[in-house]
Write a protein that binds this ligand. Structure first.
Ligand SMILES: [Mn+2]
Length: 397
């Protein structure tokens, strides 16, 4: 594939970073604070703007309604703030897991009060989305049970169906609902949306503007994620991704840090669907969902984004004519070699060139580090926190 074509594809490859990736998060064992971690939505947007300024491909920021918006605060003011930092508000993520009312679930709870609370919160979230011009409502629920016999699985399925349809119909035209799944955690017996098939059925039943969201960390160890992606693409039900890497479970490590070839294979299926099967892949939402417990937040994000661009460019490089030919000859070795040749091509010089073409520095990490941003905001934020008597971070972690 010609360089110009790869550059065009890179131009169309945008990655949304999450507001929560800039604040202190931890594990259930504890949290290690970083001076430069963002606490306020303004600080999170400033950090997201910084990542976009150096990488040139992260124009939107996913927001978490409970952590980023306060009751009575005008959401359009937040959109204007984002604009000041050179970014826009992207997906809206309601919080359906943190309230005490959600002990037995949100939309699936046997308790009507919890279901109504969830419903109000999602309707509020849709209104925030409308106000800030967001096109994505991203739904993840912690709903499930911890013990056999705790609740009726079928009845919970029906409650979920009803809720998703209601929320789907409350969305304005042009908004898409993304339905995310996860096999376990925090529920440890059954999860109400446990896999892509359940998410698919729920999305299909909710209405035409609901699609499936694939969080790469939300699968069992041996699951073939690229096959799920290929299937969803072929069904035109792939809404987007939450990228992160894992070694054991939902580890939320930075994308490609453990297994870059696995991410490459996902991108390969996307390019295959576009180039060989004529699928429209232009609306896929590429988002990051990571927890930067130990790495400095902004560096972790820049590293992630650079990794995503590299792996995407490599997937673009797959010689699909050769691949088709190998497959028609049933030459397994040549077929696999098409993928390996692309994966092992060093695309970094091209990315340097692509960045320079867009007026960016060829090495975003080096210029970010040289800018002194982290030390500067670290000092400012420590002072601001001391004045408020607050600690950084999202309140759940
Ligand atoms: Mn996720």
């Amino acid at each position: 594939m010609e360089k110009e074509r790869i550059f065009e594809l890179l131009d169309g490859f945008k990655i949304e970073t999450p507001s929560w990736g800039y604040s202190d998060t931890g594990t259930r064992f504890g949290k290690f604070h970083q001076a430069a971690a963002a606490s306020t939505i303004k600080e999170k947007l400033a950090d997201a703007g910084t990542v976009n300024r150096y990488t040139g491909c992260c124009p939107t920021v996913a927001v978490h309604v409970l952590w980023d918006f306060s009751v009575g605060v005008d959401a359009t003011a937040t959109a204007k703030l984002a604009e000041q930092f050179g970014v826009r508000i992207g997906s809206i993520n309601p919080n359906l897991f943190q309230d005490q009312l959600y002990k037995f679930g949100s939309a699936c709870s046997p308790e009507e009060r919890a279901r109504q609370h969830a419903n109000r919160h999602v309707i509020d979230s849709i209104n925030i989305g409308k106000a800030v011009g967001s096109k994505l409502l991203s739904i993840w629920m912690a709903d499930g049970t911890n013990y056999p016999g705790q609740d009726d699985i079928g009845a919970r399925k029906q409650r979920m169906h009803g809720a998703l349809r209601q929320w789907h119909d409350a969305m304005p035209a042009g908004m898409t609902m993304l339905v995310e799944y996860k096999p376990f955690e925090p529920a440890f017996y059954h999860t109400d949306i446990a896999d892509w098939g359940m998410a698919y059925l729920y999305a299909q039943a909710a209405g035409p503007n609901a699609k499936v969201l694939v969080d790469t960390g939300h699968h069992y160890q041996a699951q073939n994620i690229e096959q799920i992606v290929a299937w969803l693409l072929d069904e035109e039900m792939l809404g987007g991704f939450h990228f992160n890497d894992r070694k054991y479970a939902d580890d939320d490590l930075t994308m490609g840090s453990i297994d870059p070839y696995a991410v490459f294979r996902i991108f390969h299926e996307i390019r295959n669907a576009a180039e060989l099967h004529g699928r429209d892949v232009s609306q896929i939402a590429y988002m990051v969902d990571q927890s930067h417990n130990l790495k400095p937040k902004i560096e972790a994000m820049i590293q992630t984004v650079m990794m995503a661009q590299e792996l995407y460019a490599k997937a673009c490089l797959v010689d699909r004519k050769k691949l088709l030919d190998a497959q028609s000859r049933m030459d397994i070795v040549d077929g696999e070699s098409c993928l390996r040749n692309a994966f092992f091509t060093d695309v970094r010089p091209w990315l340097v060139e692509w960045r320079k073409k867009h007026g960016l520095d060829g090495d975003p990490m080096a210029v970010y580090r040289a800018s002194g941003y982290e030390a500067k905001v670290g000092r400012e934020r420590e002072e601001a926190r001391a004045a408020r008597g607050a600690q950084a971070g999202n309140s759940y972690a």
